[in-house]
Ligand binder design. Structure first.
Ligand code: FES
Length: 147
């Protein structure tokens, strides 16, 4: 680059570009549930392909839940809603994207204290305001698999 003196117009144009970038950053920050998440940006329900084994049904107590991973590495929560029925949810907190952990019949987020119902994914305590997205699962030969 040559040592050409900056004209007023160049400075104004550059300033506007910087201001635009700043506005863009603010807009991204406002979408906190889907951008820049601490756990790598997983947002919404994992789009798992059908038939992926998640855990053995016998490894989950009735009325409780267990953390699992899909074959492609997405964190999910598998809940045993009754003796032979299950439900599953994304383990990614809908507040700012940390990974929730099962504690009895609840899922606790370590980042800001949100609590979700382990069997439904519903918010029991904020700051999260949206439920955990459901992941379709079924029981197949004693294994909980994506469906
Ligand atoms: S990221 Fe879970 S409570 Fe904030």
């Amino acid at each position: 680059m040559t040592a050409e003196p900056l004209s007023r117009r160049t400075v104004l144009t550059t300033g506007a570009a910087v201001a635009g970038a700043a506005v863009g950053a603010v807009a991204l920050t406002a979408c906190g549930s889907s951008a820049g998440t601490p756990s790598g940006g997983q947002a919404g329900a994992p789009a798992a392909s059908p038939g992926q084994p998640l855990t053995a049904l016998a490894d989950i107590q009735v009325g409780q839940a267990k953390a699992a991973k899909t074959a492609d590495g997405k964190d999910v929560i598998v809940a045993r809603t009754a003796e032979t029925t299950v439900a599953a949810f994304s383990a990614i907190c809908t507040h700012q994207g940390c990974t929730v952990a099962p504690q009895g019949a609840e899922l606790h987020c370590p980042c800001h204290g949100s609590v979700f119902d382990a069997l439904t994914g519903a918010v029991k305590k904020g700051p999260a305001s949206s439920p955990l997205p459901a992941v379709a699962v079924k029981v197949d030969n004693g294994q909980v698999v994506t469906s």
